[in-house]
Design a protein around this ligand. Structure first.
Ligand code: DI6
Ligand code: FE
Length: 395
């Protein structure tokens, strides 16, 4: 394929904008990017913006039930942590997910996935973590893998058995840590169901020591790690994750300067999740100034989940990252492309350059800043994946 008259946000050094640019693809990868006049039949894109395909690097897309009732409870004064302690929260989704068949999980997840795909997403990460027993965790991961075969999207799966403690193990944390590390993980590895391991390090979930056990087990199997860290308080999870060379630490509203320094040294990506901040009406924003000072790559993601972030739009997430966290539109776009790829350990996508995977989104706008600016407006024109048109129409 050969495209001309493009405004290309290559996402190399910021927007890396090329005006009146040309892109060609061959065998599923980008063959050429430049401004030279093209020979042969090129599609004139009328000055439209071309970006890398979007990457949602943190979702809990597969789950049973929904939690609209808790949304109402919170707006009637209940706190997120109190609902969780009373057996609601994550546990209410665990009950619904355990009860759901694989087909039911697949059907509900497909509907949610469609919303993301409608906005140019070509790669998505999906976590388990609403099973909290070996069978259900594996069921979730199988469904996540299957989504990638049913829709034109690359799915990266993350085992989040350490999301919280199931009621069966409320009084026996070590027993559950053992199940996660010694029963679930080996089986998940043997069936190739996970590309990374994650944990929720928080007062209402896994302690620092418990998180460390999970990281050690992941390392023994050579799986990269990620961490839900410093979302509601500062336990030092990010520092621990840095010691294990984590791909990313996610949320990090309560991360301090020292923590920022340690993830900067380990090359760990900071994944900001403005949807959860918005829904929980949090007050403390993540330390964006410190992240910039220490040159930590910033990604942003929907955190799509039924409790803290029923957000099904990466474009809305970009807008929220700008309005709520003060990211620039340039940082927001980097957050769903180049840095999101890094948060998943993917080197073959997230920028527009020769040799990169030809996953591209064409937009009915002329400037990249236009993507973060509106709320509830989708200017997508077309999506190309592996060099093939999979959505929309080309000019
Ligand atoms: N932090 C979150 O925001 C989600 N998981 C986590 O560890 C919320 C999960 C839920 O409330 O269902
Ligand atoms: Fe999450």
């Amino acid at each position: 394929m050969l495209f001309t008259n493009l405004s290309i946000a290559t996402m190399i050094n910021g927007y890396g904008l090329i005006e009146k640019g040309t892109v060609s693809t061959e065998n599923g990868v980008i063959a050429r990017v430049g401004t030279e006049p093209v020979k042969g039949d090129a599609l004139d894109c009328g000055g439209r913006l071309l970006t890398p395909g979007f990457i949602d690097c943190h979702t809990h897309l597969v789950y049973g039930g929904n939690r609209a009732n808790e949304f109402e409870m919170r707006l009637n004064g209940a706190a997120y942590a109190d609902i969780a302690s009373a057996g609601g929260g994550i546990m209410s989704t665990v009950r619904a997910t355990r009860a759901a068949s694989e087909t039911q999980l697949l059907e509900s997840a497909l509907r949610r996935l469609e919303s993301l795909l409608a906005e140019g997403v070509t790669t998505i990460e999906i976590k388990s973590g609403y099973g909290l027993d070996v069978e259900t965790e594996m069921k979730m991961l199988r469904v996540a893998r299957k989504l990638g075969s049913l829709r034109p999207v690359d799915v990266k799966t993350t085992f989040l058995g350490a999301h919280t403690f199931p009621p069966e193990f409320k009084e026996n944390h070590q027993g559950y840590v053992n199940i996660v590390c010694n029963q679930a993980l080996p089986r998940i590895i043997s069936e190739n169901l996970a590309d990374a391991v994650d944990a929720f390090c928080e007062g209402i979930a896994f302690s620092l020591e418990e998180t460390k056990s999970v990281f050690k087990a992941a390392r023994a199997f050579n799986l990269p790690i990620k961490l839900h860290a410093e979302q509601l308080s500062n336990l030092g999870g990010a520092k621990l994750a840095a010691r294990f060379n984590a791909l990313s630490v996610d949320h990090i509203e309560y991360l301090d300067e020292e923590g920022v320094e340690s993830i900067s040294k380990s090359g760990t990506v900071a994944v900001l999740l403005p949807g959860a901040f918005y829904y929980l009406r949090e007050k403390q924003a993540p330390p964006v100034a410190a992240l910039r000072r220490h040159k930590v790559p910033i990604a942003i993601a929907t955190d799509l989940n039924p409790g803290s972030s029923p957000v099904h739009s990466l474009l809305a997430t970009m807008n929220m990252a700008c309005v709520l966290f003060g990211l620039t539109p340039e940082e927001a776009l980097g957050g769903v492309t180049v840095n999101a790829a890094q948060a998943l350990g993917l080197k073959d996508r997230g920028t527009i350059a020769k040799g990169q995977k030809a996953d591209l989104a064409l937009w009915n706008v002329e400037r990249p800043g236009d993507l973060s600016y509106p709320l509830g407006f989708n200017p997508l024109a077309a999506v190309i994946r592996n060099g093939e048109l999979i959505k929309g129409t080309l000019p």
